[in-house]
Design a protein around this ligand. Structure first.
Ligand code: PGA
Ligand code: ZN
Length: 418
């Protein structure tokens, strides 16, 4: 049982120099912890809502003082000097206090950092690591990282349509080794891009974002870098987040970078061809969020060969997952805390997916902070994968370094990958 002494929210800055909400939560035993809410660039219909101030005089409309105020007034008045048996009980209380279906009373960017900070503070009060406090296992399986390497579409300013090209070091024997492999490939990728006079600036999730002739060229350049780093495609696999809702217009998929407009059947053929030719193990959001015919066909054609991953359609929402599971439209899901707004609902989503033989990928957002909660969450829930960007800026590195530390801490109680 933990009693909350104080919650205090403030505006801090995220990795894309926009403001976000940070919450400092103090328990009555003096233990204090800070949690920060991430944000995102892409626009999805079904997510829990984040509140922006829409005041043109601050941060180009993107201020978060209203969300900060929700924490510092109503939420604070209701939780301070109250005791909660568990984070689950606090989350339930916050959900009831908000009383809307999509958290549009306090909004997800006010509720989530309170929920996370409470988990953090309780774990500290119990003298446990966050992952141990969330779930204590005899053995832990550390997740394969899906590591961003080239960015496109709304995560960059180049002409590449697919949003994220990632590499997955499946052959590594530890997280440390997986991370080293990524770093070596990334250095080599830079050399290749420079030699071709292509841009080596990094974007949102901090992979490179060169202009290319096609999406396939991005894959080919990555394979070249893998080879140049002396690895094989048995050791390092590829994963894509197509974020195809972003280029879905009037029922068609507009691959502007390739001057192609495809219907859903042609897009599925396009993916099937890539999967045939390249070592791709996962395609996220291959189809747009409400293109059910497209999802059905993609699943029919590719579910045995790769992971078909839901992000936009499911948005970490257990009710939506329950609704869509029987349709059998994907075999894996992306898990993002701020899409649903509390830690316990996020955990319920992972559990429901696991119960239905779906693989979970704990994910960052495109606009991140130094908060490393997702690294602990992935370890606590023994998820198959974690997706937390490239290694080239501290907002992402912080999560990878936390995984390295957890691996050391667990020592022989942990094993990397399946
Ligand atoms: P987002 O991107 O945070 O902009 O939604 C991450 C993803 O699409 O998986
Ligand atoms: Zn996505």
């Amino acid at each position: 049982m933990y009693k909350i002494k104080n919650v205090y929210a403030r505006e801090v800055i995220d990795s894309r120099w926009n403001p976000t909400v940070e919450v400092e939560l103090t328990l009555d035993n003096g233990v204090k912890w800070i949690a920060i809410c991430p944000s995102w660039a892409s626009t999805w219909i079904h997510e829990a809502l984040e509140l922006r101030d829409w005041d043109s005089t601050r941060f180009l409309w993107k201020g978060t003082l209203k969300a900060v105020n929700n924490v510092n007034t109503t939420i604070k008045e209701n939780v301070v000097w109250k005791s909660f048996e568990s984070y689950r009980q606090l989350d339930k209380y916050l959900i009831e206090l908000d009383w809307t279906k999509n958290k549009s009373n306090f909004w997800a960017n006010a509720i989530l950092p309170v929920s996370m900070a409470f988990v953090d503070a309780c774990s500290k009060a119990e003298n446990k690591e966050i992952f141990e406090y969330v779930w204590e296992w005899k053995w832990y399986i550390l997740p394969y990282p899906m590591m961003n390497i080239i960015n496109g579409w709304s995560h960059a300013d180049n002409n590449v349509d697919i949003q994220e090209f990632m590499i997955v070091p499946v052959w590594a024997t530890s997280i440390k080794e997986a991370i080293r492999m990524w770093a070596e490939v990334f250095h080599n990728l830079k050399k290749i891009l420079s030699a071709k006079w292509l841009a080596t600036s990094v974007w949102d999730e901090w992979g490179y974002a060169p202009n290319l002739w096609s999406n396939e060229e991005a894959i080919q350049i990555i394979l070249e870098a893998i080879k140049k780093a002396w690895y094989t495609t048995d050791q390092i696999k590829l994963a894509l987040d197509c974020a195809s809702s972003e280029f879905y217009k009037d029922g068609k998929y507009d691959l502007a970078g390739e001057w192609k407009v495809l219907d859903y059947k042609q897009l599925v053929d396009f993916y099937a061809d890539l999967v045939e030719k390249y070592p791709i193990i996962s395609i996220e959001d291959g189809m747009a969020e409400d293109d059910f015919a497209g999802w059905k066909l993609l699943e029919e054609k590719l579910w045995k060969k790769i992971m078909t991953v839901w992000d936009d359609l499911f948005v970490t929402n257990i009710e939506r997952l329950q609704m869509w599971i029987e349709w059998d439209l994907a075999n894996s899901i992306l898990i993002k805390l701020n899409q649903i707004g509390t830690v316990s609902e996020t955990i319920d989503a992972v559990d429901l997916a696991t119960k239905n033989d779906m693989r979970s990928i704990i994910s960052h957002r495109s606009w991140e902070t130094e908060d490393t909660f997702i690294a602990d969450l992935a370890v606590a829930k023994n998820t198959w994968f974690i997706k937390t960007g490239s290694l080239s800026r501290t907002d992402r590195i912080a999560k990878y370094n936390r995984l390295i530390r957890i691996e050391d801490m667990l020592w022989d109680k942990a094993k990397y990958g399946r």
